[in-house]
Design a binder for this molecule. Structure first.
Ligand code: AR6
Length: 172
């Protein structure tokens, strides 16, 4: 059974086996948590992403999928990059957001990681309504089949933290 904890803060400072990046399909960086991870982790992360693009992912990382790289100089050992879906009120893309969490945990299993920290994937630039993003995140992690024992949601601000607190209470 996975233990889920919530905290408010900056995921780049978290000391854990793997942190998850809310990336985009290009894997070549961006704003938000993606920008913060590349800035704090240094150029080795981008070099590893470029190598993935050159080899196994020439068209980029599909939405809902996950792939790992070095964490560069971050305290975490690995970065697991996922691409959440952009919210679209005309189309239910919830499955892809759940897949991003489940596939991150699958990659963590492949790495032998027992602790994983997640940000609120798709809840920033990708425009997902916060309460729904929190509910999908929490239920995906709680129902996943994984060897990961310790999941930490590291939420950047009070509003996001409150949404995840409510979602976790509703799911437990
Ligand atoms: N630590 C933890 N959470 C953070 C941090 C941080 N250092 N910085 C921001 N957040 P977003 P998305 C929160 O936009 O919605 C990028 O440009 C933020 O407050 O980072 O999946 C990518 O390259 C929000 O709650 O990711 C993509 O193009 C959450 O992280 C696109 O944005 C997610 O916001 C992905 O958009």
């Amino acid at each position: 059974m996975v233990r889920v904890r919530l905290e408010q803060g900056d995921i780049t400072g978290v000391e854990i086996d793997a942190i998850v990046n809310a990336a985009n399909n290009s894997l070549l960086g961006g704003g938000g948590v993606d920008g913060a991870i590349h800035a704090a982790g240094g150029p080795r992360i981008l070099a590893a992403c470029r190598e993935l693009r050159r080899t196994t992912l020439p068209d980029g990382l599909p939405t809902g999928q996950a792939v790992a790289t070095t964490a560069g100089r971050l305290p975490a050992r690995h970065v697991i990059h996922v691409v959440g879906p952009i919210h679209d009120p005309r189309e239910d893309r919830s499955d892809l957001l759940c897949s991003a969490y489940v596939n991150a945990l699958r990659v963590a299993d492949e790495l032998g990681a027992s602790g994983v920290a997640f940000p609120a994937v798709s809840a920033g630039a990708y425009g997902w309504p916060l309460d729904d993003a929190a509910r999908l995140a929490v239920t995906s992690v709680l129902t996943a089949t994984t060897n990961v024992r310790d999941v930490r949601f590291v939420l950047f601000d009070t509003r996001v933290h409150q949404a995840f607190t409510a979602a976790l209470a509703a799911a437990s």
